[in-house]
Design a protein around this ligand. Structure first.
Ligand SMILES: *Cc1c(COP(=O)(O)O)cnc(C)c1O
Length: 379
């Protein structure tokens, strides 16, 4: 039997809602389903304004425009992240400045942010890895002291909280992803949470090709026109219809993923005691969403062997990220601040295990295979 790394979960109502959108003959963006999704998001996260986008990448690009990034400006972010965190700002001419991560959460090391700040720094972009929060109080305090914008890459973090606050709703802007590899999905999809009320009007304009079309449809202006920089960042209604079905089940999806995550965490306890591996650490202020289950293995050699034997036993496991500071584009466009010791080490040793709804039925078999693999490795 083969166990894939990921399997998108369908809640059941997706096609029914798509059919309804089809019947409504409203296929462009910002119809009924977009409105249901964005109202739910705003309420769920406690933000002032939620705007659906094509992707988290699009939400990050929109953020970079709202941040008034100019060529040569600097943006502080971890190197241990997906390319879009950096790319969105490089597109506007910014230099990504990479900061090392903490060993426990794999999130940006908040103690190393201040030394990365220069006169050109415009923003800090914390990434909530695996849906576990960065140390936001410290990050907000530094940002405030230096007058910087905080833009959360909360791509993996829907339904997670930090000290009771939803991730994505804490900085000035927050970016979410509904890509099929995330928890709540629409194939491709995302959202921008606009927490700073001063940015709301402009965010709507930038998202609508730089026009005030949104205000026009609300009857606030009597014609619409080109007002600012912008692009087309809104998804069509068919995507929003699919997404709405998922959002209705967001709590249940999170509950079921957490169940699997906790089974992993309990299973690996005895192996951690024997120093074969280490398990994820969730700080006490963080409630997470079980986006990911990962382990740290002793070395790159052990990880390579682990993956190979797992594959032979029919279980697919994957690693990431190639640190951005050592990628070709990262070297060309960015620079590092301080050393990247933890980033490099985690990048070599981290392995991600399958986590999808339905996997619960195969958990015994999966654990049997993993026991076999770990026995092979330690023999
Ligand atoms: C998935 C992901 C993205 C990109 O999301 P898309 O919706 O695919 O654009 C950005 N940042 C992080 C940390 C991610 O995990």
């Amino acid at each position: 039997m083969q166990i894939p790394f990921n399997k998108p979960f369908m809640v059941g109502n997706e096609l029914e809602y798509i059919k309804e959108a089809h019947q409504n003959r409203h296929l462009a963006g910002d119809g009924k389903f977009t409105s249901l999704c964005s109202n739910w998001l705003a309420e769920q996260t406690g933000t002032k304004k939620a705007l659906l986008t094509h992707s988290c990448t699009a939400a990050l690009e929109l953020s970079a425009i709202l941040a008034n990034i100019e060529p040569g400006d600097e943006v502080i972010l971890p190197s241990f992240t997906f390319v879009s965190t950096a790319n969105a700002f490089v597109l506007r001419g910014a230099v990504p400045v990479f900061v090392d991560i903490r060993f426990d959460t794999k999130n940006i090391a908040e103690t190393k942010i201040e030394e990365a700040i220069t006169a050109r720094t415009k923003a800090i972009v914390p990434v909530h890895y695996a849906g576990v929060a960065c140390e936001m109080d410290t990050i907000l305090e530094i940002a405030q002291r230096y007058g910087l914008l905080v833009i959360e890459d909360a791509a993996q973090a829907i339904m997670s909280t930090y000290k009771g606050r939803a991730l994505g709703s804490i900085g000035s802007l927050g970016c979410l992803s509904f890509h099929e590899t995330k928890n709540i999905i629409s194939g491709e999809g995302g959202a921008l949470l606009v927490n700073d009320t001063n940015l709301i009007e402009r965010a709507e304009i930038v998202r609508e090709k730089g026009t005030n079309r949104t205000q026009f449809f609300r009857g606030q202006v009597d014609k619409y026109t080109w007002c600012d920089l912008g692009s087309s960042y809104l998804p069509g209604e068919l995507i929003a219809a699919f997404l709405w079905a998922q959002m209705e089940e967001a709590r249940e999806i999170t509950r079921r993923r957490l169940g699997i995550w906790q089974q992993y965490q309990a299973f690996f306890e005895k192996f951690e005691r024997s120093d074969l591996l280490s398990r994820p650490i969730i700080p006490k202020d963080c409630v997470h969403n079980a986006h990911m289950y990962y382990l740290l293995l002793p070395s790159l050699e052990v990880r390579t062997a682990f993956m190979a034997i797992m594959r032979k036993r029919g279980v697919s496991s994957v690693f990431h990220y190639v640190p951005l500071h050592s990628s070709p584009a990262g070297r060309k466009y960015g620079r590092i601040s301080g050393d990247m010791a933890v980033t490099d080490e985690v990048s070599d040793r981290l392995i991600r295990l399958p986590l999808w709804i339905g996997l619960d039925k195969n958990m015994d078999l999966l654990f049997e295979q993993i026991e076999y693999v770990l026995a092979e490795l330690s023999s």
